[in-house]
Design a protein around this ligand. Sequence first.
Ligand code: NDP
Ligand code: HEM
Length: 498
Amino acid sequence: MSEQAPKCPFHQTTTAGAPVVDNQNSLTAGPRGPVLLQDYQLIEKLAHQNRERIPERVVHAKGWGAHGTFTVTHDITRYTRAALFARVGKQTPLITRFSTVAGELGAADAERDVRGFSVKFYTEEGNWDLVGNNTPVFFIRDPYKFPDFIHTQKRHPKTHLRSPTAMWDYWSLSPEALHQVTILMSDRGIPVSPMHMNGYGSHTYSFINAVNERFWVKFHFKPHKGKVNLTNEEAAKLIGKTRESYQEALFGAIEAGDFPRWDLFVQVMPELEAETTLYNPFDLTKVWPHGDYPLIPVGVMELNRNPDNYFNEVEQAAYSPSNIVPGIGFSPDKVLQARIFSYADAHRYRLGTHYEALPVNAPKCPVNTYHADGQMRFFAQFGGNPDAYYEPNSFGGPKEAPEYREPPLKISGDADRYNHRDGNDDYSQPRALFNLFSDGEKQRTCASIAGSMKGVPQFIIERALTHFDRIDPAYGAGIRKALAHGGDAEVQATRSLD
Ligand code: NDP
Ligand code: HEM
């Protein structure tokens, strides 16, 4: 006999399911009060409200997200056995979250900042999270510096204001940051919406194919809507009108059926070539030149469904570079190594032990682990076998899968704290970038840098300028000229130089 849930009239209930008789008037001793302690429904309502917020992300707090689909358009099975790339035409559901880095949850969307670009692919072999940015490089190459760098982007402990002095003090002492600083201060520093920007995995990851060969790989997304950016003045005007321009644009486009799409490309390097490139291919402050490693097309990502509930599906989404699937692996990139630890740790703090069981994070394939219990254990036994809560066992519990073992990775070297700045060329790639800017973009970049230096002590500005001179004397000179003109006043005029 099938069990039917009892029919329930659509009335308001307590969280224990009992009817709420009155949701307007507290339970009081007489019409003038006081309120009675036994008004549990009032107490529950207030107590619940006190728990409506969770900690915002320590970085990338402000974000916008949507559901979608990835469709394979080109065969890359010679590089990877990942199931999501198994055949042309294959579709995989996904969710994305775009974000700014430094601003808090209520920050204005159109601020100059790097944008996060996170994608969670729900593959049949587990979730693959590509947690990247709209830039191919990053400010640091050693993860030891991440908290220091982020402290320069967040509020000053005394003034509680953002501190240009802290930013330029740190950057002028950290030349490896200048590549990313050049991108941040360029036209691409303020995309008009998440739909108008590139996405990059940024790190080098690995691909492993069906015969267990390893390749190094970088991921690139290119928007069908093209790259469209705001100048500082346009952004300031827009923020004056709305602080939520990205949410309005992304949510609005999807509601209107104008689904944003990106093409996904990869750059692929055979494993042993990493020993011969002139630059360290695992250095997060460097790109692989397209001339050496051309973009190989893979597929299309389309966003076609808005979340029904922002908190459930965007705020509670937990992306982590540790989430990889068979056929996709890590690399020796030191920053990636640190991120493999940091994100799952952040999620346990922000969302709780069982964050991966929340609907938005739950894989769409079976989950069979031997983890036990913990706070908010609200779901059934993993693996479905109540007698097998340890391994090895004799009760048919899930077993390891050696067929997915990666090929061994050769590692050598003495354990030490190596100076990551020794012998590293931090100038050639920013120079290549500066020199592909139009004259207009060069001027606007210099003006944005000068504008961001307002109030910074002169000795720090001078130290920063020596680095820009080393990138290109024209770069240093352009910033000096903009500083002499009082920052970014000239920005609009330079549109005519594009
Ligand atoms: P290419 O001429 O082949 O590529 C230049 C790249 O620069 C393109 O990917 C272009 O992106 C991108 N670009 C253009 N304007 C900006 C900007 N304001 N901010 C960020 N990226 C921009 O040259 P190389 O591959 O030899 O690289 C030369 C320089 O280009 C590098 O030193 C690096 O700074 C930059 N770059 C390189 C990338 C790479 O993966 N090789 C990726 C992104 C930047 P798009 O094609 O979308 O217009
Ligand atoms: C968010 C740590 C570098 C992209 C976060 C969060 C932490 C973190 C703790 C918040 C996670 C959460 O609460 O959900 C670090 C550390 C880094 C590092 C320790 C280096 C040592 C990077 C790099 C990139 C990046 C290099 C991009 C290439 C992102 C993105 C998010 C994020 C996109 C937001 C994810 C989301 O949408 O929820 N980072 N990060 N981070 N980080 Fe990093």
